[in-house]
Design a protein around this ligand. Structure first.
Ligand SMILES: Cc1ncc(COP(=O)(O)O)c(C=O)c1O
Length: 390
């Protein structure tokens, strides 16, 4: 049976060989230390689970959510979060939308805003979902290189005039996956000015807005002048509250873009179990992620210090869950990852999996299941030191 041609636009799974090597090592009885997956390993805080259980007992949550843009209690909490955190006023009647995780918004916005042949500006390296959906929607991708010398921020001036004119959508993501880079409001203002000049919708993915360290607080692009004309910002509760499996996020921003996404989504899904929205509202209003952040910070500090001692001069990220490190000379990303598996019994992700400009890097995640006060991170470092790779 023939399948849709658009499936052929999805690039081959770059992590395939790594997955096979991982499976082989496990079959041979080796216990790999896995810094590959970026999925919070700590449980969802108990009060949020209690709020879910209570809401689940209310039959009002047992039906379709037929509200305009999402469970009102949740959208009210979103409004309070924006005011409290960014001093931005959100009109929940037109400027907010409940999402089934931020991936929902990232994946579907392109179907609502882009026609075949239009240009989509995607960060390179970047979270693969945005590029793959843009390709499936028939867009022409323009990869904006995120270069170390620019702090892993795209250079809007380097985008050719003709490409900018044909662009309909631009994705940005700070704190960034995979580079761990953060940005300031000046950068966001440049993005908004660029987008307004060329009439481009900006999708600002701030899934890691609350995963930051050393006093850095991630800004919102909606704090910028003119942002509400061109920006849709996507948030996630996944990383903030260890709720990846719950599938809950939200969008806020330009009414026109919010309405377009809502129209598309209302024909694709029927939202999630409303008890999740009620528990998420409770989380936004009442729960901080300080304890979780302290765990990540401890792991980050042990990892960065240990790797530097081992002779690998890795940077120390101010945000996200990732350390993005240059591979030593003489290796491609994939070759180095294989070497780490075979010689050290540790797993990291090859940077080229996130785009051509990720070549020469690897990503290490701070979400290490079973790690207690850096126990597995320390073992990760010991193994690298013992391997003699550096
Ligand atoms: C940059 C980025 N955006 C969005 C997501 C999706 O998060 P969720 O759909 O769980 O909100 C992820 C998940 O890893 C991510 O890394």
């Amino acid at each position: 049976m023939e399948r849709a041609k658009r499936l052929e636009t999805i690039p081959p799974y770059l992590f395939g060989e790594i997955s096979r090597m991982k499976a082989k090592a496990i079959a041979e009885g080796k216990k790999l230390i896995d810094l590959g997956i970026g999925d919070p390993d700590l449980p969802t805080p108990e009060p949020i689970i209690n709020a879910l259980c209570e809401a689940a007992r209310d039959p009002i949550t047992h039906r379709y959510d037929e509200t305009e843009a999402g469970w009102p209690e949740y959208l009210q909490a979103v409004k309070r979060y924006y005011k409290r955190r960014f001093d931005v006023d959100i009109d929940i009647a037109s400027e907010a939308l409940l999402l089934i995780g931020s991936k929902d918004g990232l994946a579907h916005i392109v179907w609502a805003m882009v026609d075949p042949g239009d240009v989509v500006l995607c960060p390179d390296p970047g979270y693969t979902v945005v590029k793959v959906n843009s390709m499936m929607a028939g867009a022409e991708i323009y990869g904006m290189p995120l270069l170390e010398e620019n702090g892993f921020l795209p250079d809007f001036d380097a985008i050719p005039e003709d490409t900018a004119r044909r662009a309909k959508l631009m994705y940005l993501n700070y704190p960034n996956n995979p580079t761990g880079a953060v940005c300031d409001l000046d950068f966001y203002q440049k993005a908004v000015d660029f987008a307004r000049k060329y009439d481009i919708a900006v999708v600002s993915d701030i899934a890691y807005a609350e995963v930051t360290y050393d006093g850095y607080k991630a800004p919102s692009m909606l704090q910028c002048e003119g942002a509400k004309d061109v920006v849709i910002e996507l948030h996630s509760l996944s990383k903030t509250y260890n709720m990846t499996g719950w599938r809950i996020g939200f969008a806020a921003g330009a009414p026109n873009i919010i309405a377009a996404l809502n129209k598309m989504k209302s024909n694709m899904d029927s939202r999630q179990f409303p008890a999740i929205d009620i528990a998420a509202a409770y989380a936004l209003d009442n729960v901080t992620n300080e304890e979780t952040l302290a765990v990540y910070k401890e792991r980050r500090d042990i990892l960065v210090k240990g790797l530097r001692e081992a002779g690998w001069n890795v940077p120390c990220p101010k945000g996200s869950l990732y350390v993005w490190a240059k591979v030593p000379g003489g290796y491609t990303s994939a070759e180095f990852v294989k070497k780490l598996i075979s010689d050290a019994g540790v797993l990291v992700i090859p940077g080229n999996g996130y785009g051509p400009h990720g070549e020469g890097y690897v990503r290490m995640s701070l979400t290490v299941a079973g790690d207690v006060h850096g126990s597995l991170i320390k073992e990760f470092i010991s193994r690298i030191k013992a391997s003699g790779i550096f």
